[in-house]
Design a protein around this ligand. Structure first.
Ligand code: FAD
Ligand code: NAI
Length: 454
């Protein structure tokens, strides 16, 4: 059967591409081997944020005294938390399926594979069936990296070692949890499990947590976590997992940490093997499919979006890449721009950033002015965060007089980073930003305040 467009992979990238293309009148086949919604809806963004919200409520219940509230015997029922998460996921997946149907997208269950390409027609196999199209979008996503550490294979088999998939389904709270990798997944899960009662240890091979986040802010975040009881071991190498502990080296010392459960969160890699890329010569580099700013691969008619191209492994990157690829297919001019890609850690406190960091600015030889302000400059932040030590850091281009980077540590960072992203993307001049009216009292006002300190 011939379609205008075939999409392989029904995660945020794939389902949005299918929706947009179907909505524009193309006949679209969407192939999904597992669950519509992909990693983000089923075992990533949405489940983790649902759990973190329960942790926030539990934290208020158990530490509400400073706000004048005492709750006796607050408990958290992990099985109910997981059941609610499942309900949220079910509803969202149903919503995506309904939207696909409304846009007349045909969904095909099964593993999609490129069989060949002749005279511009691409053949895709799903089991015994063969489908054809002149346009193909690969949106096959990513999977957790499993490092070759002694005991990991056995631990994954007996359930003591977990990836993001299993940790979001635990119906009991482990007495102790070791998180290998202090990046985004590791810190969000450390934040959740520490709040609900686990003894959490984070082991990170670098000298800082939170990857490419601003170093000053990630150091404060680490201190916040340490105050709550999370133990961090930086510059550390895990050597073995098993028998209820994780063994690691730090310098010359050999150390252990208690681990009823161990989470692997050392990064993700694109899922691109076994889908027939070699058959027609699609270029890849260490598993990621190489694309241009329209999502085109080196083979005409074949696009790759989302985690599969590995540019930014974020759902909102996948969404926008989906739109750019579909617009290109439709003959509309569109280009992917990554300079204002927001990143968020939904930890407690939250951390979010957009644009240049001091490290990237220095590496590019940019001259920048730095403005740092405690979040306490926002009345609403003060009202809602007793004892909070949040910080906003703006990086300003003093020549062009505009914001090139914004880094926020403190609750609502996830929400206010959008406005900072708009200012970075639109290159709005500081004088013009000063004339904008921010609602009062909001945490976002801290951006305006920081600009007046520039
Ligand atoms: P995926 O969501 O991985 O979907 C790919 C789909 O393709 C899957 O459903 C898979 O089954 C299917 N597939 C693969 N191969 C085939 C094949 N051959 N045939 C048929 N189907 C196939 N990002 C954010 O922006 N915000 C967050 O808060 C956030 N939280 C996260 C939390 C966790 C724990 C994790 C793991 C990730 C999180 N992410 C978050 C990242 C986000 O989930 C991904 O960036 C996003 O899912 C990528 O979308 P995608 O469509 O490229 O791929
Ligand atoms: P990550 O790349 O964010 O972090 C991995 C961390 O593990 C790094 O700090 C790295 O130095 C460390 N590491 C690597 N090997 C190690 C080893 N052997 N021992 C100890 N430390 C080791 O990867 P993560 O957390 O797995 O997340 C994958 C991706 O998923 C993220 O990069 C992000 O794109 C996406 N994601 C986004 C979220 C969000 O937007 N809120 C939430 C969760 C995931």
């Amino acid at each position: 059967m011939m379609y205008d467009l075939i999409v392989i992979g029904g995660g945020p990238g794939g389902y949005l591409a299918a929706e947009r293309a179907g909505g524009a009148g193309l006949s679209v086949l969407l192939i999904e081997k597992n669950k519509i919604g992909g990693v983000c809806l089923n075992e990533g963004c949405v489940p983790s944020k649902t759990l973190l919200n329960s942790a926030k409520i539990f934290d208020y219940a158990t530490h509400g005294q400073k706000y004048g509230i005492t709750t006796e015997h607050a408990t958290i029922d992990q099985a109910t938390v997981i059941a609610r998460k499942d309900k949220v996921v079910r509803n969202l997946v149903a919503g995506v399926k309904a939207t696909l149907k409304k846009n007349k997208v045909t969904i095909q269950d099964g593993f999609g594979q490129i069989l060949g390409r002749e005279n511009g027609v691409i053949k895709i196999g799903v089991g015994e069936q063969v489908f054809e199209s002149r346009q193909l979008i690969l949106a096959t996503g990513s999977e957790a990296v499993v490092p070759p550490i002694s005991g990991v294979k056995e631990g994954l088999a007996d359930g003591s070692v977990l990836t993001n998939r299993e940790i979001l389904n635990l119906t009991t709270i482990p007495e102790s949890l070791v998180v290998i990798g202090g990046g985004v997944i590791g810190l969000e899960m450390a934040s959740y499990y520490q709040t609900v009662g686990s003894q959490v240890t984070v082991i990170e091979m670098l000298d800082h947590i939170a990857g490419n986040a601003d170093r000053d802010l990630s150091a404060i975040l680490q201190k916040n976590f340490e105050k709550k009881g999370i133990a961090f071991h930086l510059n550390a190498q895990v050597t073995a997992v098993g028998n209820g502990q994780v063994t690691f080296t730090q310098g010359d010392a050999i150390k252990t940490a208690p681990a009823v459960k161990t989470l692997l969160s050392v990064g993700r890699r694109p899922v691109t093997s076994g889908i027939g890329l070699e058959a027609i010569g699609v270029y890849t580099e260490r598993g990621r499919i190489i694309t241009d700013a329209q999502g085109r691969t080196n083979i005409p008619g074949i696009y790759a979006i989302g985690d599969a191209n590995g540019v930014w492994m974020l759902a909102h990157a996948a969404y926008r890449e989906a739109e750019v690829a579909v617009n290109t297919i439709l003959g509309k001019k569109d280009t992917m721009r990554y300079s204002a890609m927001p990143s968020v850690l939904y930890t407690s406190p939250e951390m979010a950033f957009v644009g240049e960091t001091e490290e990237t600015a220095k590496a590019k030889g940019f001259v920048y002015q730095k403005v740092e302000l405690p979040m306490n400059y926002s009345g609403r932040y003060m009202a809602e965060n007793e004892g909070g030590d949040g910080l906003i850091k703006l990086l300003i281009d003093p020549v062009r007089n505009r914001i090139v980077g914004c880094h926020v540590l403190g609750n609502y960072a996830s929400e206010i980073i959008l406005s900072a992203g708009i200012l970075v993307e639109t290159e709005m001049r500081l004088e013009a930003i000063k004339e904008l009216i921010f609602p009062h009292p909001t945490v976002g006002e801290v951006i305006r305040e920081a600009i007046f300190h520039a």
